[in-house]
Ligand binder design. Structure first.
Ligand SMILES: [Zn+2]
Length: 324
């Protein structure tokens, strides 16, 4: 499969090359994020519990309750890390002007690689690029109480066991709230003024990210499914509205139960998108089912050795364009 057969008449929805001048070409990707293990999403180092927000459960059903939240920071940090690992493996992260390797945690972005240019960077001396991938907090469809549980465990000693050096058992008990496996979050990620290759890079990072917990932990496994790709000339509605609209439909059909039926979620997400789309003042075109399947197959193929086109080659070609 080749790039040209994927883009076809959608070519004008992408930038032909990177430009400093925005054209208002938006691409919205709707993602279902499904927890496949226990997950803990909280503001690191805050000592607080799980991230949650009190909101209306539905648009029609205006009862207020808490929903579990995956912060936009968390999503973007994990997905960027996935992308940057691939770029690093293929020598596509560069060095900054002090000859330091491109690294986010050391505050030495190179400002030239695909990731810096797409996801944004800022350096002290004024060099900066705004992110062209807009993340928003993702909400659990069901209320917080239905998707979380608490477990108690004995705190581990420094040696990683439940016993100290003298063999005495740990007596301190910790409690931890966690998100239950099977919890579904709905998310919309917006790309703005991107080339086809930049879009493929960003989308592949969503598809290739599997773990949203701390790097060393065994928890936080998530499965991301792309439900929709829509092109528009303005931003659409919010994640929260889409989540609320799906909740309303489940509620009308008395299907508020844990775990949710993922096929129902897909079906209602599709209907909710159609409903909310009517309120938007803008031009929206979507990929149909076949086109979306082809796009996902194409992405799969470029990460395989025998693919006709190769992700690393495409990303290299893209990063060479930035210097022009
Ligand atoms: Zn860089």
């Amino acid at each position: 499969m080749k790039r040209d057969s994927i883009i076809k008449e959608k070519e004008k929805k992408f930038m032909s090359k990177y430009s400093h001048f925005p054209e208002g070409k938006f691409i919205t990707v709707v993602v279902a994020r499904e927890a496949e293990s226990e997950c803990i999403f909280r503001t690191e180092g805050s000592g607080e519990g799980l991230n949650k927000e009190r909101v209306s459960l539905g648009i029609k059903e205006d009862k207020k309750d808490f929903r579990a939240v995956i912060s936009k920071r968390k999503q973007s940090a994990v997905e960027r890390r996935t992308g940057r690992e691939f770029l690093r493996l293929n020598n596509l992260l560069f060095t900054n002007k002090d000859n330091k390797a491109c690294a986010l945690n050391k505050n030495t972005p190179c400002g030239k690689c695909l990731d810096c240019m797409l996801n944004g960077y800022a350096v002290g001396d004024g060099g900066a690029q705004k992110s062209r991938i807009i993340y928003d907090n993702a909400y659990s469809i069901l209320p917080f109480n239905m998707v979380t549980d608490v477990k108690t465990f004995n705190a581990l000693y420094d040696n990683g066991t439940m016993r100290d050096e003298e063999g005495k058992a740990s007596s301190s008990i910790n409690e931890d709230e966690y998100i239950k496996p099977g919890t579904v979050f709905v998310d919309m990620i917006t790309f703005k003024d991107v080339t086809f290759t930049e879009f493929i890079y960003g989308l592949s990072n969503i598809l290739r990210s599997k773990r949203y917990g701390a790097i060393s932990s065994r928890i936080g496994k998530m499965k991301n499914t792309i439900l929709k790709v829509a092109f528009s000339d303005c931003e659409l509605f919010s994640n929260l509205e889409l989540t609320q609209s799906i909740y309303d439909k489940l509620n009308e059909e008395s299907q508020i139960e844990f775990p949710l039926n993922i096929n129902k979620v897909r079906e209602y997400a599709e209907q909710s998108f159609e409903d909310l789309k009517k309120e938007v003042y803008g031009n929206i075109t979507e990929l149909n089912g076949d086109e979306l399947r082809d796009l996902l197959e194409y992405i799969k193929s470029i990460f395989k050795e025998e693919g006709e086109e190769q992700a690393a080659a495409l990303f290299k070609e893209q990063s060479e364009q930035y210097g022009d």
